[in-house]
Design a binder for this molecule. Structure first.
Ligand code: SF4
Ligand code: SF4
Length: 293
C-alpha cells in the first residue's frame, strides 16, 4: 500500500531541523525518550512513507501513536509544522492498510443511556478517529448523529468530544444542528472550600477555543480569587495531561506518567486540589493519582 503523496513533503522540514520543539512535547518528557519527540515521530513517519521501514514494523507504527495531538510542538516550531495532523494522517494510512498500532476493539466508545444528560468522555468516537480508524469513526459518528439529533441540546463532559462533533462529524456526513456546550458552561466542577486550587486548562480548549477557555478561567478566578493557581509551562503555554489524541490508548503507562507530572507540579505549587474543565482530563488525572492505585 503506497503512502499518501504529501506525507514525505510534510516531514521534509523536520528532517533538516535540530528538533527545536523537543522541550514542548509532553510525550517525550513523560517517556524521557527522543524517539517519541515530535522530530522522532516525524522521522519515523518519513521512514515509513519512503519505504525505508515497512508498515509491518509494529514498533515504528506504534511510535506514530505516541502523540496527544496537543499542538505544543506547532506553537514551539518556527515553521509552525503540523506534526499532530501529519502523524494522524500516517496513523490513518497504517490503519487503513491493516497495520494499526491500536486495535479498534480496545478503544472505548461509551454509549450513554437515553436519559443521561451529559455525554461521557469518548462518546463521540474521537479516540477511534485519533487512532486512525477512519471507517469505524464514521460509523460511530453517523449512529450518534441519528440518536443525538433527537436531543434538545448536547452537553459534553469532554472538550475533545465537543470539538469532534463540531469539526469532524461534518466531514463524514454526520452534521448535528442541535445546540452544543460543555458541562462546565452550566456549573463549574466542585471546588474545595479552602486552600490553593490548581487549575489545569485543557490544552485542546486553550488552543482551539481560546475565547471559551478565557471565559471559563475568568469564572474560576471570580470564585477562587487568589486561591487560583493556573498550571502552565514556564512560557505560559498550556500543559497537556496525556489524555488526548489516542495516546492513552497507545501507551497507558506513558499517559499515566504525563498525568502524574501534572499532579506533582500542582503539589509543588502548593495546591491541595487540582481541577479542570474537561471530563476526559478529569478522569485521566484521577486515574494517574497514586490514590487510584
Ligand atoms: S516540528 Fe518544527 S521544531 Fe519540531 S522538528 Fe519539525 S521543524 Fe523542527
Ligand atoms: S502534538 Fe503534542 S504530543 Fe504530539 S508531537 Fe506535538 S507536542 Fe508531542
Amino acid at each position: 500500500m503506497s503512502a499518501p503523496r504529501d506525507l514525505l513533503q510534510a516531514t521534509t522540514t523536520c528532517a533538516y531541523c535540530p528538533t527545536l520543539c523537543l522541550h514542548a512535547c509532553p510525550v517525550s518528557t513523560a517517556e524521557a525518550s527522543s524517539t517519541v519527540s515530535p522530530h522522532g515521530k516525524m522521522m519515523t513517519a518519513r521512514a515509513l512513507a519512503s519505504g525505508a521501514l515497512p508498515l509491518t514494523d509494529r514498533h515504528a507504527v506504534g511510535v506514530l501513536s505516541r502523540c496527544t495531538s496537543c499542538g505544543a510542538c506547532q506553537v514551539a516550531c518556527r515553521h509552525a509544522i503540523d506534526v499532530s495532523g501529519t502523524l494522524h494522517a500516517a496513523r490513518t494510512w497504517a490503519a487503513t492498510g491493516g497495520h494499526a498500532a491500536v486495535d479498534p476493539i480496545s478503544v472505548a466508545v461509551p454509549i450513554e443511556a437515553e436519559t443521561a444528560r451529559v455525554l461521557p468522555p469518548g462518546a463521540s468516537g474521537v479516540w477511534l478517529h485519533d487512532a486512525g480508524h477512519a471507517a469505524a469513526f464514521a460509523v460511530v459518528a453517523k449512529r450518534n448523529a441519528t440518536r443525538w439529533g433527537r436531543r434538545p441540546e448536547l452537553v459534553f463532559a469532554s472538550v475533545e468530544d465537543l470539538i469532534a462533533v463540531e469539526t469532524l462529524y461534518p466531514t463524514v456526513g454526520a452534521t448535528l444542528r442541535v445546540p452544543q456546550r460543555l458541562e462546565v458552561d452550566e456549573a463549574l466542577p466542585p471546588l474545595p472550600a479552602t486552600g490553593q486550587v490548581a487549575y489545569l486548562e485543557p490544552c485542546a480548549l486553550s488552543r482551539r477555543r481560546p475565547e471559551h477557555a478565557a471565559e471559563l478561567r475568568r469564572r474560576l478566578a471570580a470564585v477562587l480569587g487568589d486561591r487560583l493557581v493556573v498550571l502552565s509551562r514556564p512560557d505560559g503555554e498550556p500543559l497537556c495531561c496525556g489524555a488526548g489524541g489516542g495516546y492513552a490508548e497507545a501507551s497507558p503507562a506513558g499517559a499515566k506518567r504525563a498525568g502524574a507530572r501534572i499532579l506533582e507540579l500542582a503539589r509543588d505549587r502548593g495546591a491541595a486540589a487540582v481541577i479542570t474543565t474537561c471530563g476526559g482530563c478529569r478522569a485521566h488525572l484521577a486515574a494517574a493519582s497514586p490514590r487510584a492505585e
